[in-house]
Design a binder for this molecule. Sequence first.
Ligand SMILES: [Zn+2]
Length: 388
Amino acid sequence: MITTLHTEWTVGDVCKGFIFDKNEGKGLFGLDGQLIIQPEYQRNYIYGDGKRDVAVVESLLKKYPLGLIYFVKNKDGMYEVLDGQQRITSFARYVNQSWQFAVEIDGKPRYFDSLDKDLQDRITNAPLTIYVCEGEPSEIQAWFETINIAGVPLVKQELRNASYHGSFVTKAREVFSNTGNANMNRWQTYVKGDPKRQYILEAALDWVSNHNIDEYMALHRYDSSITELKNHFDTVIDWIDSVFDYTGSEMCGLDWGDLYRRFHNNAYSKENVSERVATLLEDTQVTDKKGIFEYILGGEENPILLNIRVFDQKTKKAVYLKQTKVAQEKGESNCPLCALGHDANAKRIYKEAEMDADHVTAWSKGGATDIKNCQMLCRTHNHAKGNR
Ligand SMILES: [Zn+2]
């Protein structure tokens, strides 16, 4: 890879011909048509928050350097922004007043055209430090993966989009990274994270590939259709809707791809499921509410998923002392299950540290986590009893 340093381009040069496309959520073109600001493998523009975009312009007004910018020079002579897209889009929006915003100067909001001439010049004449890289796509991609963009590190899926850029990623992003998509709200009920940072796309890929995203993207890189990806994602979302009435935040971010794979062939009564969800959400002993959905889908066989509240130290100590006193009077083991046996442990008095608290009536059968339902068992018997 060859890298050439350019210091002759100014902010004004780069802004030439810039427009911000609000539909696509990205800035397009600069350097009088020679620069592609958001190549397809780049992340969406995320500085449009009235803070980071403003900060870029304020830095220019204070004559602070904007930091290094990297362009790639393509075989056709066009440049693409490799690193610096967020900063360029921010100052170009301001200067060209395309999706314009104001910065505060002496307590007043100022748009570019309302700035004094000297301040306008200060911005447009600001020099930029730009490295232009030329090389094989693989070299550039490898390098791209190692850099951070303006202090916002790329997340995994953004890196994958860069590595596997091509027709498939382009199509997939149009659907799954597009906040204007009418389905986005519904999807975000179940999938966590900002669509612009590729979290919805990542979930869709994770689900369809059974956790082999890279392999899947490599295999489909040059596909012109994303039908399988889209259909699988829709199928999973529809399935969730068909099983659960509930749409609360506890459902967001679960591994629905995995749950679908394991449970979609089972029949569920939507009415029963609703009732069980409501009951378990209200149960104060259930401390992991996110586990409720898998627990119900799995036929309520694995209470570990719910992280049931455990007995506190005070309760355990009180029960231990009482149980041990009674056992010593009777001359039998303080583990009630050992006491039933006929081996050497039938008379053994365990230390408190050698015993665990157990629900006499299992939680799953309605037993509460309170002192009346607590017994101390030796480790062996407690493990043998398990979570039943
Ligand atoms: Zn025992």
